[in-house]
Every structure is written in structure tokens, then in C-alpha cells.
Design a protein around this ligand. Sequence first.
Ligand SMILES: Cc1cc2nc3c(=O)[nH]c(=O)nc-3n(C[C@H](O)[C@H](O)[C@H](O)COP(=O)(O)O)c2cc1C
Length: 210
Amino acid sequence: MKKTMESQELNKSIFLLQPSRPILCTTKNEDGSDHVAPFSWVNPVSFNPPRIALALSNSPKKQNSLINIERTGEFVINMPDMRIADKMIEASYSTKFGENKFIRSGFTGEEASAVAPKIISECQSHLECRVIEIIEPGDHKLIIADVVGASYNQEAYGVDLHINTQNFQPVIHMNDYCLEGSQLHLLANIQGTVALNVPYPSNNKDQECK
Ligand SMILES: Cc1cc2nc3c(=O)[nH]c(=O)nc-3n(C[C@H](O)[C@H](O)[C@H](O)COP(=O)(O)O)c2cc1C
């Protein structure tokens, strides 16, 4: 039986879109040092030109990553896997004054090909992004960016950039709970690929295929 949500709880309707696939976003701090934080609200928005959109909280708390992106116009989307899921979540925890989150995380930074922020070696793929527009649809700012460089681990992706689940288990985030002294995050485990062959309707076989 379906439940209709009350209008005052519609802000929770966003959770009906779960699971999400968090990424690690790297940016440059004002002093030129590296910064990292995880974000789930990321989506492709165009094939040609290749473009993605990333939604970062602006109010009541403005993300440090957003401050860096607004100042520099550049960031990298790094795809983590289950092996570094704990470090990815830790990268969402705030730092003590003067502490650098990228250094605290222990991630290895590598030069990107087209932008200044580093790529994270421990991640399986990387989209190097340059901002074209930032809009403010609500309490998050939506950053629309060109993908100006990309790289990936060839063992993690097979033909047609299909994820090789033997070597790359993506982080699929279901939910999280705040406990005393920690956060509990529920992640789904991909065991493999399910091949679903869905025939075209018999009265309309002339379908477009990407
Ligand atoms: C799995 C996960 C997904 C998250 N997704 C988002 C998101 O899409 N947008 C956002 O603004 N914050 C998101 N956060 C929260 C930020 O990571 C967190 O506020 C972090 O402290 C921001 O770091 P910064 O201020 O150094 O940029 C997420 C956190 C986790 C653990």
C-alpha cells in the first residue's frame, strides 16, 4: 500500500531517491594546499559537451569545497570503492582549526591533466571539471561544470567502461545514523552484474539506441 507524504514532510522525499553513489571531490584551498570531501548529489547533465552537476550545501552551512570551487572554478570528481569507504566517510568530518583534511585523510594526491586540484590515486576514476555556471535552486548551490579531463584504472573498468565488479566495488550509500562518537553508514554490496535483456515493444521496434 502506498503512503502519501504530508506536505510538511516533503523535504524528506529526497530520501526516496536512495541509494546514492558518493564521490570524493578534490579542490584547492586558498593557500594552494589540497582539500577533499565526499558528496552524493552529483549527476551527468550532458553528453556533448560532457557536463556534470554537483549540488553543495550553501546554507545554513557553506561547504568549504563550495568556497574553493567558487574561488578557483575547478574541482575533481574521484570515484572511491569499498576498500576506502571508511576513509571517504571520515573525509566528511570537520577538521580542527589549522588541520588539513587531505593530509588527515592519508590519500595520495597525483597531478591531474587539465586542472589544478589533485586526483586521488586510491580512487578508480577521475573527472576533471571546470565550472561554467553556478545557480542557487535552494539551500544547495548547483555547480554545472565541463569535464575537461578524465582518467580511470583499466582493471576497474572493462569494455565500454562497464565496471568490472571483480576489481571495483563501488560505494552505494543507503543511509546514515549519528551515534555517540561515530556515524553508522549503511552501504549496499554489489555482488556482480545482472544482465537484463528487455525487448522493444512489438508495435514499435524502431527505438533509438545510444
Ligand atoms: C556519503 C556522504 C554524502 C554526502 N553528500 C553531500 C552532498 O551531496 N552535498 C553536500 O553538500 N554535502 C554532502 N555530504 C556532507 C559533506 O561531506 C560534509 O558536510 C563535509 O563536511 C563537507 O566538507 P567541506 O566543508 O570540507 O567541503 C555528504 C556526506 C557523506 C558522508
